[in-house]
Design a protein around this ligand. Structure first.
Ligand code: G3H
Length: 522
C-alpha cells in the first residue's frame, strides 16, 4: 500500500458540476503541483478549473433555481428522501476512498495516515449527522400545548448556501458545512479550496447520482474574481466559510442586504498554551508538540503561542526541543513521518521572516541545527524561546511549523495577552492545583470557547461545539449545532379548540403535509 501511494498519482483534469451536469470544457484551467518530491522540485499532478465570474454565476443560478424561493422539490422534500440521497453519496464516496486520500496526500502533503483519517472522519460525520437528524425529527414531531395554543415547531431550510472550506481539511471541513446544509433542505454551491482540489473530481459522479440537478454545484475559480459577484447578486442566503477574518469581512460586506446573509464562519486563531509552575513537563511538551506541529501546524486549532512559567522554563524548553528534534521530516507516504512539504510555496519565506523578526527582538532559536531549515517547501520545525510579545510571531497566526515560547513571571501577563487578543478560539492549560486552575478557567471561559486541561487544543470529537469568540468564529458547528446553523425554526400554531384540533387531525390522518406530521424517522 505504501509503495503504491508513493508511486504516482494518475493525472487528473478537474471538472465541475453545475445543474446536475459534469462539465469538462468551456472554462480556463490552471496547473496543480505537488510539493512532495525527494529532490525538493515540485511535480505537476493535474489541472483544475479556474472559472470566471460568469461560469461561477451559472452554479449560483443553478442552486437558486433548485431552491426556487423555497418552493423547490429539495426544499420541500421529506427528510427521508434527503437521507436516502446522503446514503447514495456515502456509498459512492467510500468506493473512491483510496483515490481521494491519495489526492489529498499528494496535493497538500498530508501524511498517508492523516489523509485516511480525514476521509474516515468525514464518513463518521455523515453517519453521526444521520443519527442526529433522526433525533431532531423525532423531537420535533411532537406538538406543544401552551397558553391555549397547540403548535408544531420544526426546522426549515434557509436557501442557497455557499460552502467554502480551507486547504488544510479540503474534504472534511467542506463536508461539515455542506452535509448539514443539504440535509436540512438548502441547496449549495461548493467553491473548492485553493489547495486540495483534485480529490473533488473523484466525488462528482457521487454527487451527481445522489442529488437532484442543481441541489449541489461544485466549482472552482479564484475567489477574488468569483465570490464577490456571487455575493453581490444577492442570491446567496447562507455563507459557510472557513478561512481568514479579513476575507470573511470582505465577503459579508458585499452582500446587498447583509442582514439576509446567515454566516457560519470558522476564522483566525492564536491558541495559547499556558504552563503553570506545577505542570507535568513531559506531558506538556508532548501535547505542545502534537498541538503545534500536527499537519505542520496548519490547523486553526493548533497551539500557536506557548507561555511557560519562569520556574520551569529551562526544563520545559529543553524537553520541547528534544521532542521536536525527534520528529521525522520527509515525504507524506513515508512511515511515521510527521513533518511534510507545505502546499503553499510562499509559506517558507513568510515563516523565515517571522523567525528573523523574533530573533531581532531578542528571541532565541532553540534548535539552530535544523530549526527553520528549508528544503523545497519542507520547513523543519523551529522552536523560538524568550519570544517578546511584540514580535510578529506572538501576534500573527503563523499557520506553520514554528513554535514560539514566551517565559512569564506573573499569570496576569498571560491573561492580558489573551484578553487583548483579537482571537478567541481555544486555550490549553497545563497544571494541577485546583486553587489555581479553577479560577483561571473562570477567567478564561469568557475569552475563548474551549479550555483544554492538560491536553492540546483540537476540534474533535465532532459532536463537541466548534466555535470561537471575537475574530475566531461566527456561529457554532458540531454534528448537532450545524443542523441548527443551517436552518431556522418554523412553526404551525392553532387554538386548542375543536376547529383547530379538527383541522390538524384531518391533515395528520390524511398525511397531507410533509411539515405538519407526527411521523418520524426510525
Ligand atoms: O483547522 C481547523 C480544524 O477544524 C482543526 O481540526 O483540531 O481536528 O485538527 P482538528
Amino acid at each position: 500500500m505504501i509503495s503504491d501511494v508513493s508511486a504516482s498519482l494518475p493525472w487528473i483534469r478537474g471538472r465541475i458540476l453545475i445543474d446536475g451536469e459534469i462539465i469538462s470544457k468551456g472554462y480556463a484551467m490552471r496547473e496543480v503541483y505537488s510539493q512532495c518530491s525527494e529532490d525538493g522540485q515540485q511535480v505537476l499532478i493535474g489541472e483544475t478549473p479556474n472559472v470566471d465570474a460568469n461560469t461561477f454565476m451559472l452554479a449560483v443560478d443553478s442552486a437558486s433555481k433548485a431552491w426556487n424561493r423555497g418552493q423547490g422539490n429539495w426544499a420541500l422534500a421529506r427528510m427521508e428522501e434527503r437521507l436516502n440521497a446522503l446514503s447514495v453519496l456515502r456509498g459512492k464516496m467510500c468506493a473512491a476512498r483510496e483515490m481521494v486520500c491519495r489526492s489529498l496526500m499528494w496535493e497538500i502533503g498530508k501524511t498517508w495516515t492523516d489523509a485516511q483519517g480525514e476521509f474516515d472522519r468525514t464518513i463518521q460525520y455523515i453517519d453521526d449527522t444521520v443519527e442526529e437528524v433522526k433525533r431532531l425529527d423525532r423531537d420535533s414531531s411532537r406538538f406543544q400545548f401552551v397558553g391555549g395554543l397547540m403548535a408544531q415547531i420544526r426546522r426549515a431550510p434557509l436557501g442557497v448556501t455557499l460552502c467554502m472550506g480551507p486547504f488544510n481539511y479540503p474534504l472534511n471541513e467542506v463536508f461539515t458545512t455542506l452535509i448539514p446544509a443539504l440535509v436540512m433542505g438548502n441547496t449549495a454551491v461548493v467553491k473548492i479550496p485553493r489547495y486540495g482540489q483534485l480529490l473533488w473530481d473523484y466525488l462528482l459522479e457521487g454527487f451527481q447520482d445522489a442529488f437532484p440537478p442543481g441541489v449541489v454545484n461544485i466549482i472552482n475559480g479564484a475567489g477574488r474574481n468569483t465570490v464577490g459577484p456571487a455575493i453581490r447578486s444577492g442570491k446567496i442566503d447562507v455563507l459557510a466559510f472557513i478561512g481568514s477574518s479579513s476575507v470573511a469581512n470582505k465577503i459579508k460586506s458585499s452582500h446587498p442586504n447583509p442582514h439576509r446573509l446567515r454566516s457560519i464562519l470558522g476564522l483566525d486563531a492564536k491558541n495559547p498554551a499556558i504552563l503553570l509552575p506545577d505542570a507535568n513537563i513531559d506531558l506538556a511538551a508532548a501535547e505542545c508538540v502534537r498541538g503545534a506541529l500536527s499537519f505542520n501546524g496548519q490547523r486553526c486549532t493548533a497551539l500557536k503561542m506557548i507561555f511557560v512559567h519562569r520556574s520551569i522554563a529551562k526544563t520545559f524548553n529543553e524537553a520541547l526541543v528534544r521532542k521536536v528534534e525527534s520528529l521525522k521530516c520527509g515525504m507524506p507516504w513515508e512511515p511515521n513521518v510527521q513533518l511534510t512539504p507545505l502546499p503553499d510555496t510562499a509559506k517558507p519565506a513568510y515563516l523565515t521572516d517571522l523567525i528573523k523578526d523574533a530573533i531581532s527582538l531578542g528571541a532565541v532559536l532553540a534548535n539552530p541545527e535544523h530549526g527553520g531549515k528549508v528544503e523545497g517547501t519542507l520547513f523543519h520545525p523551529a522552536v523560538l524561546t524568550d519570544v517578546p510579545l511584540t514580535a510578529k510571531i506572538a501576534i500573527e497566526e503563523q499557520f506553520g511549523p514554528v513554535i514560539p515560547v514566551h517565559t512569564y513571571d506573573d499569570l496576569s501577563e498571560v491573561e492580558q495577552y489573551i484578553v487583548e487578543s483579537q482571537y478567541g478560539a481555544q486555550v490549553s492549560i497545563f497544571g494541577h492545583d485546583p486553587e489555581v486552575v479553577g479560577p483561571l478557567v473562570d477567567r478564561l471561559v469568557n475569552q475563548v470557547c474551549r479550555i483544554n486541561l492538560n491536553t492540546q487544543c483540537q476540534r474533535g470529537p465532532d459532536v463537541f461545539p466548534f466555535t470561537g469568540r471575537k475574530s475566531s468564529a461566527e456561529g457554532t458547528l458540531s454534528v448537532h449545532d450545524a443542523l441548527r446553523s443551517f436552518s431556522i425554526r418554523s412553526m404551525v400554531a392553532t387554538k386548542q379548540d375543536s376547529v383547530g384540533k379538527t383541522v390538524v387531525r384531518g391533515i395528520l390522518d390524511k398525511d397531507s403535509s410533509r411539515f405538519l406530521t407526527t411521523n418520524f424517522l426510525l
